[in-house]
Design a protein around this ligand. Structure first.
Ligand SMILES: [Zn+2]
Length: 255
C-alpha cells in the first residue's frame, strides 16, 4: 500500500546508524509518500550536520538546539553558537530541548537552565520548540506553563491529565512507534484526549521503530504503521490520520 502525506516531525538523520546509506535512504523517502522530515539537533555538531542535510534535500528541515543529555561539554554562554543556525531558512524549530531525569538526574539544575534559556531563544526568533521530557513530567510542565512557548512535546509519555495541560498551552503532541508496542495501552488511551488538530507523528529514528519492525533501524517510511494503530483507536483510515497529522505538522513548523 502506498500512502501520501507522511510527515516525520522528529528524526535524527545525522545519526551514525545512517552512515552507510544516508543519501540513498533520504532520496527514497519521496517515493514512499514522505512529504516532510524535520531532523533535530542535539548539540552543535549534530545541528550542523542536520543543517547540511536540509540544504541538500528538498522537503527536509532541521531544528537547532542542545539536548539535555548533551550538555556536558557546554556552558550557558555556548547558546550563542545556535545563532547562525537559527537564521537559516530551513531551520524550523529550536530542538531538541528539555529535561531527562532518567539518564541525567545529577544535572537537573543545568538542564533546567538550558531548557528555559532555549525557550527564550525560540520566542525571540519566533520559532516553535521541540520538547524532550523523560521522567521529568512535573518540571517540564511547570516550565512550559511559566514560559508558554509554541511547539511540540515529542514522544509523549505522560498521563491524560498532562495531555490536557499541553493542549491548554496550545502545543502539539508527538506520537511515535511506542504507540504500536504491545504494552502501549497507556499511550493509546491518551490519543483519545488529543484534539485531532493537535496530534503529530514522528519516528525519532533511528530509534523506536514501530511494530512489526521493532528493534530494527527506523526511518520515516514506517510512519504509516503508527498511523494505522492510532486510526484503529480513533476510527479513521491510515490515510486520514496521515492527512490530518501532515496538515498539523506544517502548521506547527510554519512550512
Ligand atoms: Zn529525538
Amino acid at each position: 500500500m502506498i500512502y501520501k502525506n507522511i510527515f516525520d516531525t522528529h528524526s535524527h538523520y545525522d545519526d551514525e546508524a545512517f552512515d552507510s546509506d544516508r543519501d540513498e535512504l533520504i532520496l527514497s523517502l519521496k517515493d514512499k509518500g514522505v512529504v516532510g522530515v524535520v531532523s533535530c539537533g542535539c548539540d552543535v555538531p549534530s545541528t550542523a550536520a542536520n543543517r547540511d542535510l536540509a540544504h541538500k534535500f528538498d522537503d527536509f528541515y532541521f531544528a537547532a538546539g542542545f539536548h539535555p543529555e548533551n550538555l556536558e561539554e557546554y556552558g550557558i554562554d555556548d547558546l550563542s553558537l545556535l545563532d547562525e543556525y537559527l537564521s537559516d531558512e530551513k531551520c524550523v524549530a529550536v530542538g531538541e530541548i528539555g529535561l531527562d531525569y532518567h539518564w541525567m538526574e545529577s544535572t537537573k539544575e543545568k538542564q533546567k537552565a538550558f531548557f528555559e534559556a532555549q525557550i527564550e531563544i525560540a520566542k525571540n526568533n519566533d520559532l516553535p520548540v521541540i520538547v524532550h521530557d523523560r521522567e521529568a513530567h512535573g518540571d517540564t510542565l511547570d516550565i512550559l506553563k511559566a514560559t508558554k512557548p509554541k511547539g511540540v512535546l515529542h514522544c509523549f509519555s505522560g498521563s491524560k491529565e498532562m495531555a490536557r495541560e499541553i493542549i491548554k498551552l496550545d502545543m502539539y503532541i508527538g506520537l511515535n512507534g511506542v504507540a504500536t508496542f504491545k504494552n502501549a495501552r497507556k499511550s493509546l488511551e491518551v490519543v483519545k484526549e488529543i484534539p485531532l488538530d493537535r496530534l503529530v507523528l514522528e519516528t525519532d529514528c533511528p530509534y523506536l521503530a514501530p511494530e512489526p519492525h521493532r528493534g530494527k533501524r527506523n526511518d520515516s517510511s514506517y510512519i504509516p504503521f503508527i498511523a494505522e494503530r492510532i486510526g484503529e483507536v480513533l476510527g479513521m483510515s491510515v490515510q486520514e490520520v496521515l492527512d490530518q497529522t501532515c496538515q498539523n505538522a506544517k502548521k506547527l513548523y510554519n512550512i
